[in-house]
Design a protein around this ligand. Sequence first.
Ligand SMILES: CC(C)(COP(=O)(O)OP(=O)(O)OC[C@H]1O[C@@H](n2cnc3c(N)ncnc32)[C@H](O)[C@@H]1OP(=O)(O)O)[C@@H](O)C(=O)NCCC(=O)NCCS
Length: 189
Amino acid sequence: MTPGPPRAPRLPLETDRLRLRELSADDEDEFIALYGDARITRHLLYGPTDTESAREHLAAAIRRQRAARRNTWELGVELAATGRLVGACDLTLHSREEAEIGYLLAHTCWRQGFGTEMAVALVHAAFGQLGATRVLSTVEIHNDRSARVLDKAGLRWEGTLRRYAKAKHRWWDVHLYAVTREDWLTARR
Ligand SMILES: CC(C)(COP(=O)(O)OP(=O)(O)OC[C@H]1O[C@@H](n2cnc3c(N)ncnc32)[C@H](O)[C@@H]1OP(=O)(O)O)[C@@H](O)C(=O)NCCC(=O)NCCS
């Protein structure tokens, strides 16, 4: 990140039904369960692939919360009504201008609009509290469900990136979705 006053989202990010908040060691069981579900991980380039790597991933995310200068926020997603952890998401400020979002949700919570609710909250925080001028996300080319979520959150398809990254022993093709601050503001009017 280029120098300048630190920016950070005000946490938790709250929506009608969700609370996006810092992860904690108490999340370990749910976190391991999320990353142990192949229905969730099959379209994910990065992230844990077994129990031990899920445990390490959570511990590293908690350590990163203490960084003096932070540019990534890896958050737990809980149901506001019950406090149950049902997902995880992240918001990264790559430069002073560009932010990236990512998310996942427990399978029992799919198709109830939670994915969109979470993505909208992340985009809102990126343009609002983080002052980004562009928000992007990449989505594996067969992940139609997530592409739909990005579309509903206001991001638009900008292209396909072939052999974008080598992860989990194979090359991945992804779609790039993004929205500029101007387009986001126009759509909200
Ligand atoms: C992506 C994810 C968060 C979506 O969560 P969700 O709560 O089910 O999303 P929503 O309910 O807000 O919206 C899903 C949309 O996709 C649509 N959809 C569902 N299945 C679909 C499919 N197979 N193909 C295309 N669209 C589909 C739904 O109809 C809905 O759109 P609609 O409201 O216009 O009907 C969830 O599926 C998930 O965690 N997937 C695994 C992790 C992942 O892929 N993360 C994203 C990495 S880029």
